[in-house]
Design a protein around this ligand. Structure first.
Ligand code: ATP
Ligand code: MG
Length: 230
């Protein structure tokens, strides 16, 4: 198993082919310090999701390797790896159950106080307590009673409670109003603090706040640097 980590991530000349002879990544090298945030940007098909898929070990590299705190991720159990990685996907998933259970998912031992503290930290407590049954309000799998922004905040609260060293975030593309946008940016800051994060970023504000922006183009790093540098 992977011991408790600091969160250093290194990609060493990573090549990946979903189909033989058609590399989706053509030699990616990256060294991310613990606590740093990386925004992955680039056109559709440039390889953003593939990087995330490899880091979470949904696939293994075709050549090259990925290391966390010096451990080759192929040498540790998938379970021990994933237990230290939080993944917030674009289609922020909600399951049928109470709001409380949705936040607690992945941290079943969390107390009510811990659930509410996480919701407060990402500023979701306000809208939750305005719901008819508050934290006990039942939501549907498709989460239709909740707005896109609310679902996003719930998924942030869930990730915050799980408290992983590494966070992967595939930012939602859905358009939201300015007020919600600001709220999500604030929540994101809280969530990212002190974690190494890989964000497939769509919003300019998210890109601007990242420590390092990695621009992908046809499976290669075209350029990288801070927002000021690029
Ligand atoms: P988007 O912005 O559209 O999400 P992306 O940057 O995430 O794009 P990837 O999904 O990483 O791009 O895809 C990189 C390349 O790999 C593309 O050429 C894509 O067609 C190919 N690809 C992605 N997933 C698969 C798959 N499951 N099987 C075969 N090829 C795939
Ligand atoms: Mg993608």
């Amino acid at each position: 198993p992977l011991p408790p980590i600091e969160g250093n991530i290194e990609f060493k000349n990573v090549i990946f082919e979903y189909e033989k002879g058609r590399p989706a990544l053509k030699g990616i090298s990256l060294d991310v310090q613990p606590g740093q945030s990386i925004a992955l940007v680039g056109h559709t098909g440039s390889g953003k999701s593939t990087i995330i898929n490899l880091l979470s070990r949904f696939y293994d590299t075709t050549a090259g390797s990925i290391h966390i705190d010096g451990f080759d991720i192929r040498d540790v159990t998938v379970q021990s790896l994933r237990s230290q990685i939080g993944i917030v996907l674009q289609d922020t998933f909600i399951f049928s159950g109470s709001i409380r259970d949705n936040i607690r998912f992945g941290r079943l031992d969390a107390t009510d106080e811990e659930v509410e503290a996480a919701a407060k930290a990402v500023d979701a407590h306000g809208f939750i307590t305005k719901l008819p049954q508050g934290y006990e309000t039942e939501v549907e799998e498709r989460g239709n009673a909740l707005s896109m922004g609310q679902r996003q905040l719930l998924s942030f609260a869930r990730a915050l409670l799980a408290n992983p060293r590494i966070l992967i975030l595939d930012e939602a593309t859905a358009s939201i109003d300015t007020e919600t946008e600001l709220k999500i940016q604030e929540a994101l800051k809280v969530l990212l603090k002190g974690r190494t994060s890989f964000i497939v970023a769509h919003r300019l504000s998210t890109i601007r706040n990242a420590d390092n922006i990695v621009v992908l183009d046809h499976g290669e790093i075209k350029e990288q640097g801070s927002h000021e540098q690029l």
